[in-house]
Design a protein around this ligand. Structure first.
Ligand code: ZN
Length: 291
Protein backbone atom coordinates (compact mmCIF):
# COMPACT_ATOMS: atom_id res chain seq x y z
CA UNK A 1 0.00 0.00 0.00
CA UNK A 2 1.37 3.43 -0.85
CA UNK A 3 1.81 6.02 1.88
CA UNK A 4 -1.01 8.03 0.29
CA UNK A 5 -3.52 5.18 0.41
CA UNK A 6 -2.38 4.38 3.99
CA UNK A 7 -3.11 7.97 5.01
CA UNK A 8 -6.43 7.98 3.14
CA UNK A 9 -7.44 4.81 4.97
CA UNK A 10 -6.40 6.40 8.27
CA UNK A 11 -8.46 9.48 7.39
CA UNK A 12 -11.51 7.35 6.56
CA UNK A 13 -11.20 5.64 9.95
CA UNK A 14 -11.12 8.87 11.97
CA UNK A 15 -14.66 8.41 13.26
CA UNK A 16 -14.74 4.62 13.67
CA UNK A 17 -14.57 4.04 17.44
CA UNK A 18 -13.46 0.43 16.93
CA UNK A 19 -10.27 1.65 15.31
CA UNK A 20 -9.22 3.40 18.54
CA UNK A 21 -9.52 0.33 20.77
CA UNK A 22 -6.44 -1.57 21.81
CA UNK A 23 -5.95 -4.34 19.19
CA UNK A 24 -4.45 -6.58 21.89
CA UNK A 25 -7.06 -6.46 24.66
CA UNK A 26 -9.96 -4.36 23.32
CA UNK A 27 -9.63 -1.71 26.03
CA UNK A 28 -10.83 1.83 25.26
CA UNK A 29 -8.61 3.36 27.96
CA UNK A 30 -5.35 4.78 26.62
CA UNK A 31 -3.19 7.85 26.41
CA UNK A 32 -1.42 9.40 23.43
CA UNK A 33 2.38 9.21 23.58
CA UNK A 34 3.26 10.40 20.05
CA UNK A 35 1.61 11.77 16.87
CA UNK A 36 2.44 11.78 13.15
CA UNK A 37 0.82 13.22 10.01
CA UNK A 38 -1.89 14.95 12.14
CA UNK A 39 -4.22 11.93 11.82
CA UNK A 40 -2.16 9.06 13.29
CA UNK A 41 -1.27 8.59 16.95
CA UNK A 42 0.78 6.17 19.06
CA UNK A 43 -1.16 5.25 22.20
CA UNK A 44 -0.37 3.38 25.41
CA UNK A 45 -3.17 0.99 26.37
CA UNK A 46 -4.25 1.67 29.95
CA UNK A 47 -5.05 -2.01 30.49
CA UNK A 48 -2.42 -4.22 28.80
CA UNK A 49 0.19 -1.42 28.33
CA UNK A 50 0.73 -2.10 24.59
CA UNK A 51 1.93 0.84 22.47
CA UNK A 52 -0.27 0.81 19.33
CA UNK A 53 -0.90 3.06 16.36
CA UNK A 54 -4.36 4.55 15.77
CA UNK A 55 -6.42 4.32 13.74
CA UNK A 56 -5.70 0.57 13.92
CA UNK A 57 -5.85 -1.62 10.80
CA UNK A 58 -9.05 -3.28 9.68
CA UNK A 59 -8.99 -6.69 11.41
CA UNK A 60 -9.47 -8.61 8.14
CA UNK A 61 -6.57 -6.90 6.39
CA UNK A 62 -3.68 -8.61 8.21
CA UNK A 63 -3.08 -11.75 6.15
CA UNK A 64 -3.77 -10.05 2.81
CA UNK A 65 -1.31 -7.32 3.75
CA UNK A 66 1.53 -9.70 4.54
CA UNK A 67 1.00 -11.84 1.47
CA UNK A 68 0.65 -9.02 -1.02
CA UNK A 69 1.93 -5.71 0.14
CA UNK A 70 4.46 -6.03 2.90
CA UNK A 71 7.83 -5.46 1.32
CA UNK A 72 10.95 -4.74 3.37
CA UNK A 73 13.75 -5.64 1.00
CA UNK A 74 15.77 -8.64 2.02
CA UNK A 75 13.28 -9.80 4.65
CA UNK A 76 10.44 -10.52 2.28
CA UNK A 77 11.71 -10.61 -1.32
CA UNK A 78 12.58 -14.13 -2.40
CA UNK A 79 16.12 -14.77 -3.72
CA UNK A 80 16.85 -16.41 -7.06
CA UNK A 81 18.21 -19.96 -7.11
CA UNK A 82 21.78 -18.75 -7.73
CA UNK A 83 21.61 -16.11 -5.00
CA UNK A 84 20.20 -18.64 -2.55
CA UNK A 85 22.94 -21.17 -3.35
CA UNK A 86 25.57 -18.51 -2.60
CA UNK A 87 23.90 -17.59 0.71
CA UNK A 88 23.73 -21.23 1.77
CA UNK A 89 27.40 -21.74 0.91
CA UNK A 90 28.39 -18.89 3.21
CA UNK A 91 25.65 -19.74 5.77
CA UNK A 92 24.35 -16.17 5.19
CA UNK A 93 27.57 -14.81 6.74
CA UNK A 94 27.83 -11.75 4.50
CA UNK A 95 24.18 -10.81 4.44
CA UNK A 96 22.08 -8.60 6.67
CA UNK A 97 20.19 -11.72 7.67
CA UNK A 98 23.07 -13.46 9.38
CA UNK A 99 21.67 -15.01 12.57
CA UNK A 100 25.04 -15.50 14.28
CA UNK A 101 24.19 -12.79 16.82
CA UNK A 102 20.73 -14.22 17.56
CA UNK A 103 22.27 -17.68 17.96
CA UNK A 104 24.86 -16.25 20.37
CA UNK A 105 22.05 -14.78 22.52
CA UNK A 106 20.28 -18.16 22.67
CA UNK A 107 23.55 -19.77 23.76
CA UNK A 108 23.96 -17.08 26.45
CA UNK A 109 20.54 -18.11 27.76
CA UNK A 110 21.89 -21.64 28.11
CA UNK A 111 20.08 -23.22 25.18
CA UNK A 112 22.04 -26.10 23.69
CA UNK A 113 22.38 -27.36 20.13
CA UNK A 114 19.66 -30.01 19.65
CA UNK A 115 17.26 -27.88 21.73
CA UNK A 116 13.83 -27.73 20.11
CA UNK A 117 13.28 -24.26 18.71
CA UNK A 118 10.04 -22.81 17.32
CA UNK A 119 10.71 -19.96 14.87
CA UNK A 120 7.52 -17.86 14.99
CA UNK A 121 7.17 -15.83 11.78
CA UNK A 122 10.01 -17.38 9.81
CA UNK A 123 9.43 -15.41 6.55
CA UNK A 124 11.21 -17.36 3.79
CA UNK A 125 13.24 -19.44 6.20
CA UNK A 126 16.72 -17.85 6.27
CA UNK A 127 16.76 -17.80 10.09
CA UNK A 128 15.28 -21.28 10.59
CA UNK A 129 17.91 -22.60 8.19
CA UNK A 130 20.75 -21.04 10.18
CA UNK A 131 19.32 -22.33 13.48
CA UNK A 132 19.24 -25.83 11.98
CA UNK A 133 22.84 -25.43 10.76
CA UNK A 134 23.77 -24.47 14.34
CA UNK A 135 22.30 -27.77 15.53
CA UNK A 136 18.86 -26.71 16.79
CA UNK A 137 15.83 -28.90 16.07
CA UNK A 138 13.68 -26.31 14.29
CA UNK A 139 9.99 -26.00 13.51
CA UNK A 140 8.57 -22.77 12.12
CA UNK A 141 5.36 -20.85 11.51
CA UNK A 142 4.73 -18.30 8.76
CA UNK A 143 1.49 -16.51 7.87
CA UNK A 144 2.37 -15.66 4.24
CA UNK A 145 1.84 -18.75 2.01
CA UNK A 146 4.43 -17.88 -0.66
CA UNK A 147 7.26 -17.33 1.80
CA UNK A 148 6.24 -20.34 3.90
CA UNK A 149 6.35 -22.59 0.83
CA UNK A 150 9.77 -21.22 -0.10
CA UNK A 151 11.09 -21.96 3.42
CA UNK A 152 9.80 -25.50 3.19
CA UNK A 153 10.74 -26.32 -0.38
CA UNK A 154 14.05 -24.47 -0.82
CA UNK A 155 15.45 -24.47 2.70
CA UNK A 156 13.98 -27.67 4.09
CA UNK A 157 12.26 -25.94 7.00
CA UNK A 158 9.47 -27.86 8.79
CA UNK A 159 6.64 -25.33 8.73
CA UNK A 160 3.11 -24.82 10.00
CA UNK A 161 0.55 -22.48 8.49
CA UNK A 162 -1.80 -22.74 11.48
CA UNK A 163 -0.75 -22.10 15.08
CA UNK A 164 -3.58 -24.20 16.53
CA UNK A 165 -2.26 -27.19 14.59
CA UNK A 166 1.31 -26.44 15.72
CA UNK A 167 0.13 -26.39 19.33
CA UNK A 168 -1.83 -29.64 18.87
CA UNK A 169 1.32 -31.36 17.56
CA UNK A 170 4.02 -29.82 19.76
CA UNK A 171 2.41 -28.76 23.06
CA UNK A 172 4.89 -28.84 25.93
CA UNK A 173 7.78 -29.99 23.71
CA UNK A 174 9.56 -26.77 22.75
CA UNK A 175 12.68 -25.40 24.52
CA UNK A 176 12.63 -21.96 22.87
CA UNK A 177 9.82 -19.96 21.26
CA UNK A 178 11.79 -17.47 19.15
CA UNK A 179 10.66 -14.48 17.12
CA UNK A 180 12.68 -11.76 15.40
CA UNK A 181 10.89 -8.65 14.13
CA UNK A 182 7.45 -10.22 14.24
CA UNK A 183 5.59 -8.97 17.33
CA UNK A 184 5.51 -5.36 16.09
CA UNK A 185 3.35 -6.59 13.18
CA UNK A 186 0.99 -8.77 15.23
CA UNK A 187 -2.29 -7.03 16.24
CA UNK A 188 -2.63 -9.07 19.46
CA UNK A 189 0.82 -10.03 20.78
CA UNK A 190 -0.80 -11.61 23.88
CA UNK A 191 -2.22 -14.28 21.59
CA UNK A 192 1.35 -15.09 20.49
CA UNK A 193 2.45 -15.21 24.15
CA UNK A 194 -0.37 -17.72 24.75
CA UNK A 195 0.85 -19.94 21.90
CA UNK A 196 4.36 -19.79 23.36
CA UNK A 197 3.07 -20.78 26.80
CA UNK A 198 1.32 -23.83 25.33
CA UNK A 199 4.25 -24.92 23.13
CA UNK A 200 7.02 -24.52 25.70
CA UNK A 201 8.30 -27.08 28.14
CA UNK A 202 8.53 -26.05 31.76
CA UNK A 203 11.70 -23.90 32.06
CA UNK A 204 11.65 -23.21 28.32
CA UNK A 205 12.26 -19.70 27.00
CA UNK A 206 10.20 -17.13 25.16
CA UNK A 207 12.71 -14.95 23.25
CA UNK A 208 11.89 -11.93 21.10
CA UNK A 209 13.80 -9.34 19.12
CA UNK A 210 11.83 -6.25 18.04
CA UNK A 211 12.31 -2.58 17.25
CA UNK A 212 12.84 -0.84 20.59
CA UNK A 213 9.83 1.24 21.68
CA UNK A 214 11.27 2.04 25.12
CA UNK A 215 11.54 5.56 26.51
CA UNK A 216 15.31 5.04 26.91
CA UNK A 217 15.65 4.51 23.16
CA UNK A 218 13.36 7.47 22.51
CA UNK A 219 15.69 9.68 24.56
CA UNK A 220 18.75 8.35 22.71
CA UNK A 221 17.52 8.37 19.10
CA UNK A 222 15.91 10.94 16.84
CA UNK A 223 14.56 8.10 14.70
CA UNK A 224 12.30 6.61 17.40
CA UNK A 225 9.13 8.24 15.98
CA UNK A 226 9.92 6.98 12.49
CA UNK A 227 9.77 3.35 13.59
CA UNK A 228 6.06 3.06 14.46
CA UNK A 229 3.40 3.59 11.79
CA UNK A 230 2.21 1.81 8.69
CA UNK A 231 4.53 -1.22 8.68
CA UNK A 232 4.91 -1.38 12.47
CA UNK A 233 1.43 -0.79 13.94
CA UNK A 234 2.62 -1.98 17.36
CA UNK A 235 5.73 -0.65 19.12
CA UNK A 236 7.06 -3.21 21.61
CA UNK A 237 8.73 -1.89 24.75
CA UNK A 238 9.97 -2.93 28.19
CA UNK A 239 6.80 -1.70 29.93
CA UNK A 240 4.44 -3.88 27.84
CA UNK A 241 6.69 -6.96 28.05
CA UNK A 242 7.18 -6.52 31.79
CA UNK A 243 3.40 -6.35 32.27
CA UNK A 244 2.70 -9.30 29.92
CA UNK A 245 5.17 -11.68 31.58
CA UNK A 246 4.83 -10.58 35.18
CA UNK A 247 4.60 -14.08 36.67
CA UNK A 248 7.90 -15.20 35.09
CA UNK A 249 11.63 -14.59 35.50
CA UNK A 250 12.42 -12.19 32.65
CA UNK A 251 15.22 -10.05 31.21
CA UNK A 252 15.38 -7.19 28.73
CA UNK A 253 18.24 -5.43 26.98
CA UNK A 254 19.10 -3.83 23.66
CA UNK A 255 21.34 -5.11 20.90
CA UNK A 256 24.16 -5.90 20.94
CA UNK A 257 23.23 -7.27 24.34
CA UNK A 258 26.15 -8.14 26.59
CA UNK A 259 24.78 -10.55 29.16
CA UNK A 260 21.56 -12.49 28.65
CA UNK A 261 22.25 -15.05 31.35
CA UNK A 262 19.05 -16.89 32.27
CA UNK A 263 16.84 -14.74 34.51
CA UNK A 264 16.33 -16.47 37.86
CA UNK A 265 14.03 -14.23 39.89
CA UNK A 266 10.45 -13.31 39.08
CA UNK A 267 11.12 -9.70 38.20
CA UNK A 268 12.37 -7.76 35.17
CA UNK A 269 16.17 -7.83 34.93
CA UNK A 270 17.35 -4.86 32.82
CA UNK A 271 20.71 -5.97 31.50
CA UNK A 272 21.62 -2.56 30.01
CA UNK A 273 20.21 0.95 29.51
CA UNK A 274 17.87 -0.07 26.62
CA UNK A 275 19.21 2.77 24.46
CA UNK A 276 19.79 0.73 21.28
CA UNK A 277 17.42 0.33 18.35
CA UNK A 278 16.66 -3.37 18.84
CA UNK A 279 14.98 -4.69 21.99
CA UNK A 280 15.96 -8.15 23.25
CA UNK A 281 13.60 -9.93 25.66
CA UNK A 282 13.60 -13.36 27.29
CA UNK A 283 11.18 -14.94 29.77
CA UNK A 284 11.36 -18.37 31.33
CA UNK A 285 8.26 -20.53 31.69
CA UNK A 286 8.00 -21.56 35.33
CA UNK A 287 4.24 -22.05 35.65
CA UNK A 288 1.10 -22.33 33.55
CA UNK A 289 0.69 -18.61 32.79
CA UNK A 290 2.88 -15.62 32.01
CA UNK A 291 0.69 -13.08 33.73
ZN1 ZN B 1 -4.61 -3.34 25.63
Amino acid sequence: MSKLSYLLQCMAAQFAAMRYRCPNCGSTTNRIVDRKFVITQLRRCGTCQLLFRTPTDRPESNQAYYENEYGQGFTTSLPSGAALAGMKRSNFANTEKSYSYYISVLLQLGLKPRSRLFDYGCSWGYGSYQFAQAGFDVTAFEVAPTRRRFAHEKLGVRTFDDMERAVADLAGQVDCFFSAHVLEHVPAPSKSFGYAMRLLKLRGFFVSFTPNGSEAHRAASRDWSKVWGQAHPQFIDDVFLDHSFKLSPRAVGSSPVGDMSPPAECRLNRVDKLAGGELVFAARKTGEAWA
